[in-house]
Design a protein around this ligand. Structure first.
Ligand SMILES: [Zn+2]
Length: 221
């Protein structure tokens, strides 16, 4: 990996985000995940096919056109390059993309149920709207990637999608923000399922997002 200070910094942020996801207990039980950070308009760093005990110099540099420019990818990661590219193409502001099978979020993906925004962390950390479901297609296939692109076009402000019968795909301005949102989505999915046993989750009152934004602005002032 070409190690300019900026590339090193982003690689470090990606590895730290992966570590945080393990600490938070939101990773797939198998440890399966793939994470990427954007380097510029044409390139991103991608995990090599594993994330446990990952080191920054193990990340591969990949072009948005799908070419591996530097480093090596296991076939499991090569398959999902186009899924990450689709997000970077659809969202010029996206700086990082995370895919894993967080268990409760995956329950919604398996049930083909969009995940409503009914928890404070989801409202606050970048997903003040329901997480939509992308129709199933084999991982990394044209069908799957086209499905992601179509949903991102139809839902221009969503920062997360559920991949039907598969898992979760989240993105954000940087790796830490995307990791925060994975945790918020998984917590929300757990809370929805738990609340279903006691009468069901309830929507926020009207104006909740504006109230949260005003509260954040007050603290920042
Ligand atoms: Zn997966």
């Amino acid at each position: 990996m070409t190690s300019t200070p900026e590339v090193k910094n982003r690689a470090h942020q990606l590895v730290e985000a992966a570590r945080q996801l393990f600490v938070a207990g939101v990773m797939s039980h198998s440890g399966h995940a793939n994470l990427s950070v954007r380097l510029d308009a044409d390139r991103f760093l991608l995990t090599p096919g594993f994330v446990r005990d990952l080191e920054p110099d193990q990340l591969a540099t990949v072009g948005l056109d799908g070419r591996v420019l530097e480093g090596e990818l296991r076939s499991v990661s090569a398959e999902i390059i186009t899924m990450h590219s689709a997000v970077y193409r659809a969202r010029p502001q996206a700086g990082a993309v995370i895919h894993t099978h967080s268990p409760a979020a995956t329950a919604f993906a398996v049930a083909h149920r969009p995940l409503p925004c009914r928890t404070e962390p989801m409202l606050r950390f970048g997903q003040p709207e329901e997480v939509p479901v992308v129709p199933w297609g084999p991982r990394g296939s044209d069908v799957s990637v086209r499905g992601v692109a179509e949903v991102l076009e139809r839902r221009p402000t969503t920062s997360a999608v559920l991949l039907a019968n598969h898992g979760l795909l989240v993105f954000g301005p940087d790796a830490a923000a995307a990791a925060h949102l994975v945790v918020a989505v998984e917590e929300s999915a757990e809370a929805e399922i738990a609340a279903a046993a006691i009468g069901g989750a309830v929507d926020f009152p009207a104006g909740a997002l504006a109230a949260v934004r005003a509260s954040i602005a007050r603290v920042a002032a």
